[in-house]
Design a binder for this molecule. Structure first.
Ligand code: NAP
Length: 275
């Protein structure tokens, strides 16, 4: 029988997950389909219980439901610490929640920067994505500095990590960047329609830095252009994280090797079509 997967959120029509997962199912010859379901916060519990009753195999959860969804699943250890999930697996009979934003971003960073243990990471942002990335970096033994416009929010996140501090954006960032191995933008700064915005310019970076911008619209943000100008060799865009979080969900649900290249191509084509 055909297996059904999907993403729940509100709004959800813009999600690139259907195109990415359907391409993966087709590549692997699976009899499965991935759909988008608009679900309001009020209906979240009913939606998750209903999905289980209907035999839906797996769900992704997107904005604004990621935190609330935690109350309707058994969450994996790090997802519980983060306080948000984006993936639900129904295969064990009860809904189990994961945070593959964190898992996907860690994979991106390990591929680009190698060993994470002992690395100094400066992460901009203290919202949902920054939280997921920071907790996974923390489990790997990184030293994390959370830099956020609202400093109290950065301090709250840093206080939950084992080796972290918090700063506002009003400090001498160049000095902080000089001492960092990895710089991550996990804010929405630079995202369409504000493509010219960046928190960091070329004169503040050094060539040995790893620069990772999780924003994927546009695919090459102003921050990444500035990194290129600064001679930075290791630069990653947000498409990689989007694909790797999807790949991690695919693996949790199907126990099959995700066809990464096909998933990346599907997402990139969709982004080019809509840009
Ligand atoms: P969020 O929870 O709303 O957090 C937004 C963050 O951006 C906050 O830290 C906020 O600071 C900061 N911010 C917003 N506008 C700013 C400005 N003008 N100057 C300085 N800081 C500003 O959002 P999120 O879910 O974490 O997502 C953040 C970005 O990541 C979005 O662009 C989203 O599309 C992208 N994302 C990408 C992936 C991927 O797979 N590549 C996954 C998830 C998210 P304050 O706390 O001061 O408000």
């Amino acid at each position: 029988m055909k297996k059904i997967y999907g993403v729940i959120g509100d709004p959800v029509a813009h999600s690139l997950s259907p195109v990415m997962h359907n391409a993966a199912f087709e590549k692997r010859g699976m009899d499965a389909v991935y759909l988008a379901f608009r679900v309001s916060m009020d209906e979240l519990g009913d939606a998750i219980r209903g999905a289980k009753s209907l035999g839906i195999s797996g769900l992704n959860v997107t904005i604004p439901l990621k935190e609330q969804a935690l109350f309707f699943v058994d969450a994996e250890k790090v997802a519980k610490k983060i306080g948000a999930i984006n993936t639900i697996d129904f295969s064990s009979g009860r809904p189990v929640g994961y945070n593959t934003d964190g898992i996907g971003s860690l994979r991106v960073l390990k591929e680009t920067a190698g060993e994470i243990k002992g690395k100094s990471v400066l992460i901009f942002g203290a919202g949902g994505a920054a939280k997921a990335i920071s907790f996974y970096l923390d489990t790997e033994g990184a030293k994390v500095t959370v830099a956020n416009r609202t400093k109290e929010r950065a301090a709250r996140l840093a206080s939950k990590l084992s080796n972290a501090d918090a700063i506002g954006l009003d400090v001498e960032l160049k000095e902080r960047i000089k001492d960092s191995d990895i710089l991550i933008n996990a804010t929405s700064v630079g995202m369409h329609p504000h493509e010219n915005a960046t928190l960091v310019t070329a004169d503040m970076m050094h060539p040995d830095l790893v620069v990772f911008d999780i924003v994927y619209t546009p695919m090459e943000t102003r921050l990444l252009k500035e990194a290129t100008r600064a001679g930075v060799k290791k630069i990653v865009n947000g498409v990689k994280m989007l694909v790797y979080q999807g790949a991690a969900s695919f693996q949790i649900w199907t126990h099959e090797e995700p066809p990464i290249e096909v998933m990346e191509e599907a997402v990139t084509d969709a982004l080019i079509r809509t840009s």
